[in-house]
Design a binder for this molecule. Structure first.
Ligand code: F6P
Length: 367
């Protein structure tokens, strides 16, 4: 397809919200209109907007003053997968799924969308890869505070979430040291420990527990007690929501039945609090940071990344390079096929230099 046959593009944000989404929407819209005289349609609530035909024209004014704003001006959904969409509920309460991709194809044709910029994580890229197979031209932009997308060393939103989690861990020091307690802070990240590892290292947490390194509770307790006998009257533990004991299971907070990725993790900090309280004489408290980590204004690094990723997505469309995901590899922006990341997760490797650095300064990983 030639550059001249692109007249109108769509843009959508799918999956959980994340700081920096608006920077991408702004970059895509302004570049498309100012540089290439294209029309831009903002698709509402991710794939739900394509399923329900809800979208509206975006003009430069609509994306003014949004660079500093968290969330997404387009709305999002982490339940709408066209290939497996919950259309009704059966008498036992379980969702009835249907493939509604044909509806999406009709709406794409009706709205004359020549290509769609899909901004999201692995769930969104899985949905985009399905649409690609049905002939919709998509270009992906990777987002997630979890930083767990394959083939890209960074996703926007991650740096802002590190700041928020680190700030929380820094603040927890006050109560930990004043009350001589073990304070456990639960950090998001699903099955990947990136956010906990980075914020744990940045805050000087004494114990860091991540899903990639299953822990032994006795080892964690021993570390807390040894600190107290060495005159350190408190311990800060940064724990991933997906962390698990050796041979054990993750703690599931809820199952969102109609979501493509139904498991929501949460509660490991409370389990650890009970176990440490039972096994030691130390006083222990848990704090779950939750969605605070997805909120707030994006830090400059995420605004910059969002803007450059958005610009690059448009470049791919104009170069006729469809069905590709913008990625960062060895600090350079490039692209990979969307299907290369669909349904996969990038986990912390055991030989990650951050783990070695943390161990070197005395951090316990519970192993
Ligand atoms: O993927 C981003 C994330 O915030 C994860 O860290 C977390 O496990 C999940 O989303 C929470 O999802 P929800 O917003 O549906 O509770």
């Amino acid at each position: 397809m030639s550059k001249d046959s692109i007249r109108r593009i769509g843009v959508l944000t799918g999956g959980g919200d994340c700081p920096g989404l608006n920077a991408v929407i702004r970059a895509v819209t302004k570049t498309a209109i100012y540089q290439h005289d294209l029309e831009v349609m903002g698709i509402e609530d991710g794939f739900l907007g394509l399923i329900r035909n809800r979208m509206h024209r975006l003009e430069p004014n609509d994306v003014s003053n949004i660079l500093t704003r968290g969330g997404t001006i387009l709305g999002t959904s982490n339940r709408a997968n066209p290939a497996r969409f919950a259309v009704a509920t059966s008498p036992d309460g379980s969702p009835i799924f249907e493939d509604v991709t044909n509806r999406v194809l009709e709406h794409v044709a009706e709205r004359r969308l020549d290509a769609i910029v899909c901004i999201g994580g692995d769930g969104t890229m899985t949905g985009a890869a399905d649409l690609v197979k049905r002939g919709v031209r998509c270009v992906g932009v990777p987002k997630t505070i979890d930083n767990d997308l394959m083939h890209t060393e960074i996703t926007f939103g991650f740096q802002t979430a590190i700041n928020t989690a680190t700030d929380a861990l820094d603040r927890i020091h006050t109560t930990a040291s004043s009350h001589h307690r073990v304070m456990i802070v639960e950090v998001m990240g699903r099955n990947a420990g990136w956010l906990t590892l980075h914020s744990g290292l940045a805050s000087g947490s004494d114990v860091i527990l991540i899903p990639e390194i299953p822990y032994e509770i006795d080892s964690v307790c021993r570390h807390c007690e040894q600190r107290s006998t060495r005159g350190k009257s408190f311990t800060i533990i940064a724990v991933s929501e997906g962390a698990m004991p050796k041979g054990g299971q993750q703690v599931v907070e809820q199952i969102v039945k109609d979501s493509p990725d139904p498991i929501r993790l949460g509660g490991i900090s409370q389990v650890l609090t009970r176990q440490i309280t039972e096994r030691t004489s130390l006083e222990c408290r848990a704090t779950i940071l939750g969605h605070v980590q997805r909120g707030g204004s994006p830090v400059p690094a995420d605004r910059i990344l969002g803007t450059t990723f958005g610009h690059q997505a448009l470049q791919l469309i104009l170069d006729g390079q469809f069905n590709r995901l913008v990625v960062m590899q060895q600090s350079r922006i490039t692209s990979v096929p969307i299907e290369a990341v669909a349904g996969q997760q990038r986990l912390v490797p055991p030989d990650d230099p951050l783990i070695a650095a943390a161990r070197a300064v005395g951090t316990c990983f519970g192993d």
